[in-house]
Ligand binder design. Sequence first.
Ligand code: FPP
Ligand code: MG
Ligand code: MG
Length: 371
Amino acid sequence: MDPFQTVAREMKFLTGNIRSLLGSGHPTLDTVAKYYTQSEGKYVRPMLVLLMSRATALTPKIARAGCGSNSVDAPITSSSTLSDDNPDASISHIAHDTAYTSADSDILPSQRRLAEITELIHTASLLHDDVIDHSVARRSAPSANIEFGNKMAVLAGDFLLGRASVALARLRDPEVTELLATVIANLVEGEFMQLKNTARDEKNPVWTEDTVTYYLQKTYLKSASLISKSCRAAAVLGGSTPEVVEASYQYGKNLGMAFQLVDDMLDYTISSEELGKPGGADLELGLATAPLLFAWKDNKTLGKLVGRKFGEKGDAQKAREIVLASTGLQQTRVLAQDYVDKAIEAISPFPDSDAKNGLIEMCTKVLRRRK
Ligand code: FPP
Ligand code: MG
Ligand code: MG
């Protein structure tokens, strides 16, 4: 079963609603902010939020004051925090989108909005990431930093975070606000950890188990935090019991880890054309990811190259050859499979449903994906 079909109706409105959230009276900002919405992304995060919302609709609930009574659907009046005479007025359209008119759906309006918020935060991180990584392409088109320059790309990312924060505040759920605000901090923490390949910045680092632990913690912060905490937030908004909330989080955490491990494999195995962004970028950026860390365990000559971030002529090529000749890629796949198994295990107590099957199918898709 295609997980997309399970939430196809909700997904249909996603891009339009995200674009509504990003309207600005400043025409250039409007263009830059909406730039990555022109090319269809994979929408992994919103799809997971919608599937989790639907799958947890059938699980036990707590009596929860205010559950489902947030202001996401409320018409925005002149007493709103956003006045009508400034460029922000365009955000008021979000309250009337057709996606939110179906009262009979088991997915709450707040959960649909959460799906959009996760994509906004993700896209903001990509705008910043492409500046940091000096990227030239994203989603088979020039990246925003190339098209508009670093300054506008960074500012547009900030704007997305601002609009995501407004939409989050309107959910009127402090726990969910805290979860998603923590994600933004986690993304930055992960990116800071990535500035170093190992916990201690040494010229000739020695491989230890801590090397992998450091990489996995960075991977959680950089990638799995958004997926895990947004799955958790979906269950919180649905008024699920603490057990279900925790299971949703565990599913997202493990799937998120697998997602990034596969991402790190694809950087070695798939061409730039197929990826829609530069392949082989990690070594060029000085990054030692899972395939290399596993190869390093068996081939200690890599330590020196890791220490100088593959910065000397021929380093990246040499490291690539060692990784490709090693079992690093297979070991990475095995680890990704372990995480996926844990993700599926986490939601095994949920009652059977198409949405639960969709969540399981997402695991298979993550392992099989080529971009
Ligand atoms: C893509 O990774 C980037 C991320 C998963 C997160 C980047 C986070 C930041 C730049 C911190 C700032 C965040 C916000 C929300 C302001 P990648 O470079 O490995 O993947 P790629 O090949 O898709 O570029
Ligand atoms: Mg990047
Ligand atoms: Mg990056």
